[in-house]
Design a protein around this ligand. Structure first.
Ligand SMILES: *[C@@H]1O[C@H](CO)[C@@H](O)[C@H](O)[C@H]1NC(C)=O
Ligand SMILES: *[C@@H]1O[C@H](CO)[C@@H](O)[C@H](O)[C@H]1NC(C)=O
Ligand SMILES: *[C@@H]1O[C@H](CO)[C@@H](O)[C@H](O)[C@H]1NC(C)=O
Ligand SMILES: *[C@@H]1O[C@H](CO)[C@@H](O)[C@H](O)[C@H]1NC(C)=O
Ligand SMILES: *[C@@H]1O[C@H](CO)[C@@H](O)[C@H](O)[C@H]1NC(C)=O
Ligand SMILES: *[C@@H]1O[C@H](CO)[C@@H](O)[C@H](O)[C@H]1NC(C)=O
Ligand SMILES: *[C@@H]1O[C@H](CO)[C@@H](O)[C@H](O)[C@H]1NC(C)=O
Ligand SMILES: *[C@@H]1O[C@H](CO)[C@@H](O)[C@H](O)[C@H]1NC(C)=O
Ligand SMILES: *[C@@H]1O[C@H](CO)[C@@H](O)[C@H](O)[C@H]1NC(C)=O
Ligand SMILES: *[C@@H]1O[C@H](CO)[C@@H](O)[C@H](O)[C@H]1NC(C)=O
Ligand SMILES: *[C@@H]1O[C@H](CO)[C@@H](O)[C@H](O)[C@H]1NC(C)=O
Ligand SMILES: *[C@@H]1O[C@H](CO)[C@@H](O)[C@H](O)[C@H]1NC(C)=O
Length: 793
């Protein structure tokens, strides 16, 4: 394939696509290509992946699925055995406890002996099996057949779930006319956190509506949520309420209360509507949700799905997904369906959260967008937000504006947030990285002055409760230059653990603030934060050894004396699970000192030197990947896959990527490492397969060959197309080493590229070979940016 000259004149996006993106054009012209055929929402729905497998729109609040009785963090788990209902909101891929899943619907074909009290109501009684082979999951659609012969299908709009329940044509031996379906809503949620709740049924229409107060799944406080369920397809026979396992046709409202003493969050209570036999054996249930009011829940549903048109709603969802994915095109010739499915499904999963709750925020009135389910930024800053910036810069702009608006109204940027509540901070204040990344990549419409104020507050003002925002230990940070073990911190509270991991993250957060300070012309701040970004050195113990390597981060007391934590502690080789977010969590969060010693993205040149120079660094990084010390299912593992670039070995990064994809990331239901964490694993996979690893918070993408002959990305604002083309492409992935590269026809020797390539478009042509090149991307001037200078190799 010949590269065409880049058109610099103003042409429409589609014409530009034809000129510069051959793959783009081919994909568009191939009428039989439907990208949604390559999205499998069930990837990661087993073995603790916790991926949301149900019906969603990109970033939507409504996310409908069948809820499993076990491992139900994302609602449905392929490897669970029972379904407890169908609910309308979920988070995807989260660790910890289950999230949301409020107000589940539960259908029954009829009550035995036509007696309401013989229907099942209680959560613990109603779990029902399903037929594994009946599960169908596609973008915007989910379907499952229960053992009671009811088939449930679901689709969504932004704030509304639409269900189609098909009842058995013949209820066992009884005649069709004996079918009298009963559908109820339970005031429960998946974590069983409800305190107060109220549900009412309108006896004339069968409408079920109400509200509840619930707890967030990984944070503090409570949130109120409202629902409004309407039905179509059958006449209302009678209505009523149930509490526990008893039901009656009066009254029409039921309340659960929390008086502080007598509260059972797991108590099932709710409202039902019973129908005459549906004309068609099907009943449609439309459930609107709102954080504002029942009225708004009903209005959302009425506005979004006025006629209960299932096919139309599903089609709109499919179109929304097709459109979101259409900014990428690949020339997949020779590439297996499996790799194509790994890729597109990964991109899809990175567009489920954060969720757009604009117009649904009861906490403050604002004209800014409001997004939620930043769950958590510690997971998402590394690759989810950089991927959204690449593929959907308008959504990224709305998300960053929303972060800044949260700062305006709550005083701090969030580090983790779900269900309108503050979530727990895991390390540094990594919203600083998200904001700097967006700033450097020309994300539009953000109030950068206020954004800068927000990141500086993280760096300067310790909050009273730094477990949920800001940073702890700021006094030590400013005076000692590290977070000590056994810190003296009378200024705020939070878990006094993770001294090593917080130190390296705070240092990087300060670097990101420095970059913004420079861009915004705050020269004094720039100097101050650049200096603080070197604080990682204060915990680097140059003579600490581990497994034949020397120089590791170690704990340090306030008086400067070193403590000790075995550098392999909390790696998979030693006490892997001893570093969680609890008071006994030790000095490195969810990882080892081995892992955190590599986290100096601002100054890799200094790190390479500190670890003994290029070859010693390369040996150590290879050993880290190949010894079992690194678990790729946690997000801190992502950057080390590509850090060979900093030692002049970009080919080894490519080799390492192929060692993880597809072995750890494939198309099976357990085909991701760890939890997906709101699409973190998805974004890692997508970016790796496109060959552009973003160093988050920097205007830098580390280059490796895409897994396709060619990949093009059309920028959402400039409309320009950036194409990366492999010459000598080999779909068996033996030729995975870049020998040479050109950008728009001119030699490109750097092993990285900046975001202007994606803003302005162009063609990057990579010549591949089967062995590591000893020249391309290896010279000091071709290594990625670093604060200090690299030593000449
Ligand atoms: C068109 O798309 C179909 C379905 O994805 C694929 O099988 C076929 O190889 C594609 N044809 C070309 C010429 O790319
Ligand atoms: C369904 O699949 C799950 C997980 O693969 C398995 O545990 C279960 O036994 C299967 N059930 C049936 C009925 O095949
Ligand atoms: C759903 O919300 C997105 C923004 O998150 C918006 O772009 C889209 O137009 C909405 N869909 C409909 C049908 O309103
Ligand atoms: C529940 O309602 C009671 C009054 O009925 C109120 O005192 C209490 O604060 C409410 N609890 C929550 C968590 O909203
Ligand atoms: C829930 O609805 C009831 C009945 O309309 C109302 O009294 C109560 O204030 C509502 N609770 C919340 C949290 O909105
Ligand atoms: C019966 O089902 C078909 C197909 O699902 C649908 O087109 C038709 O409108 C339904 N009729 C009624 C009365 O609901
Ligand atoms: C937002 O404005 C509405 C309408 O003026 C008002 O009812 C509501 O109380 C306001 N909410 C907040 C949190 O200020
Ligand atoms: C991006 O922003 C930088 C800094 O403000 C500016 O120099 C550059 O021209 C912008 N690029 C585009 C394509 O807008
Ligand atoms: C450490 O080095 C020695 C001597 O070279 C070697 O025998 C040993 O296997 C090495 N240990 C590890 C863990 O690599
Ligand atoms: C520094 O503090 C640690 C921990 O409290 C203590 O064990 C050590 O003896 C102290 N070192 C000096 C030099 O005072
Ligand atoms: C390490 O794990 C072992 C059991 O595997 C346990 O006995 C020990 O207490 C753990 N050590 C620490 C420091 O957590
Ligand atoms: C790489 O490209 C340069 C200039 O573009 C050329 O001189 C050199 O021969 C090429 N090397 C290989 C191995 O293709």
């Amino acid at each position: 394939m010949k590269s065409l000259p880049l058109s610099r004149t103003l042409v429409s996006a589609s014409v530009a696509a034809l000129l510069t993106g051959a793959a783009d054009a081919r994909q568009a012209l191939n009428k039989s290509f439907n990208v949604l055929d390559y999205v499998d929402p069930l990837i990661g729905s087993a073995n603790g992946g916790h991926v949301f497998a149900g019906a969603s729109l990109p970033f939507s609040m409504a996310k409908a699925v069948a809820d499993s009785d076990t491992d139900n963090q994302g609602g449905f788990a392929t490897d669970s055995n029972h379904i407890t209902g169908f609910s309308h909101m979920h988070d995807s891929g989260t660790g910890g406890g289950a999230s949301l899943g409020n107000f589940p619907l539960y259908p029954q074909t009829s009550c035995p002996n036509d007696d309401i009290n013989q229907c099942v109501f209680r959560y613990q009684d109603r779990a029902i099996g399903f037929l594994n082979e009946s599960v169908v999951a596609r973008p915007g659609y989910f379907s499952i057949a229960l053992e009671n012969n009811i088939r449930a299908e679901m689709t969504v709009s932004n704030h509304t779930a639409l269900y189609r329940f098909t009842f058995p044509a013949n209820n066992g031996a009884a005649a069709n006319s004996s079918i009298s379906p009963l559908i109820f809503v339970d005031l429960i949620d998946l974590p069983q956190s409800r305190s107060n709740g109220t549900a009412t049924v309108d006896p004339s229409t069968g409408r079920l509506y109400g509200n509840g107060t619930f707890n967030p799944s990984f944070g503090i406080g409570t949130y109120d949520l409202h629902f409004c369920a309407d039905f179509q397809g059958a006449r209302v026979r009678d209505t009523g309420v149930f509490v526990n396992n008893r039901a009656g046709t009066t009254p029409k409202t039921v309340k659960t209360i929390n008086d502080g003493v007598n509260n059972d969050e797991s108590l099932s209570a709710g409202v039902f509507t019973r129908f005459y036999a549906p004309a068609n054996n099907t009943i449609l249930a439309r459930v609107g949700v709102s954080f504002i009011s029942v009225d708004q829940a009903c209005a959302n549903a009425q506005k979004e799905i006025p006629t209960f048109d299932f096919a139309k709603t599903q089609k709109a969802a499919e179109q929304a997904w097709t459109q979101k994915l259409s900014v990428i095109s690949v020339d997949a010739s020779g590439v297996s369906d499996e790799f194509q499915t790994i890729f597109w499904s990964a991109v899809y999963r990175a567009m489920l959260s954060p969720q757009d709750y604009t117009g649904e925020n009861p906490l403050w009135n604002s004209t800014e967008p409001y997004y939620d389910s930043y769950y958590c930024i510690w997971d998402s800053y590394r690759s989810i937000h950089p991927l959204i910036t690449l593929l959907d810069p308008l959504s990224q702009s709305r998300m960053v504006r929303s972060l800044v608006d949260i700062y305006r109204h709550e005083g701090y940027l969030p580090d983790c947030r779900m269900s309108l509540c503050k979530g727990y901070t895991q390390g540094g204040s990594n919203a600083d990285v998200v904001i700097a990344d967006a700033y450097l990549k020309n994300v539009t419409d953000v109030d950068w002055a206020t954004a800068y104020e927000a990141v500086v507050k993280d760096a300067e003002v310790e909050p009273l409760n730094w477990a949920v925002e800001g940073r702890g230990g700021l006094s030590s940070w400013k005076t000692l230059g590290y977070i000590p073990t056994d810190d003296f911190d009378p200024y705020g509270s939070g878990p006094l653990t993770r001294s090593i991991s917080r130190t390296v993250e705070y240092a990087y957060n300060d670097f990101c603030i420095a970059e913004m300070a420079k861009g915004l012309g705050h020269e004094d701040d720039y100097q101050k934060y650049i200096k603080r970004s070197g604080n990682w050195r204060n915990m680097f113990k140059a003579d600490q050894t581990s497994l034949n390597f020397t120089g590791f981060l170690q704990p340090r007391y306030p008086n400067g004396t070193w403590g000790f934590q075995d550098p392999i502690f909390c790696s998979p080789l030693l006490n892997f699970t001893s570093c969680y977010l609890n008071p006994a969590g030790h000095e490195t969060y969810e990882g080892s000192s081995w892992l955190y010693t590599f986290y100096v993205p601002q100054d890799m040149a200094s790190l390479v030197t500190a670890l003994g120079g290029r070859e010693e660094f390369t040996n150590r990084l290879s050993y880290f990947h190949n010894s079992g010390l690194l678990y790729v299912g946690d997000e801190q593992a992502f950057l080390p896959v590509f850090q060979f670039h900093y030692a002049g070995h970009p080919g080894l990064s490519a080799k390492q990527v192929h060692a993880y994809i597809p072995s750890q990331f494939n198309t099976s239901t357990n085909g991701i490492a760890g939890n997906d964490d709101s699409g973190a694993m998805g974004s890692f996979t997508a970016l790796s397969m496109m060959g552009i690893w973003p160093v988050p918070g920097q205007n830098v993408y580390l280059l490796t060959p895409p897994f396709f002959r060619e990949v093009s990305i059309r920028h959402g604002i400039t409309g320009k197309v950036a194409t990366i083309r492999n010459l000598n492409f080999d779909p068996t992935y033996k030729n995975i080493y870049i020998q040479n590269a050109t950008r728009d026809g001119k030699p490109w020797t750097k092993n990285w590229i900046a975001h202007d390539f994606f803003l302005e478009g162009g063609v990057l042509e990579l010549t591949l070979g089967s062995t590591e090149s000893s020249t391309w991307g290896t010279a000091v001037e071709d290594l990625p940016p670093s604060l200090s200078s690299y030593e000449v190799a």
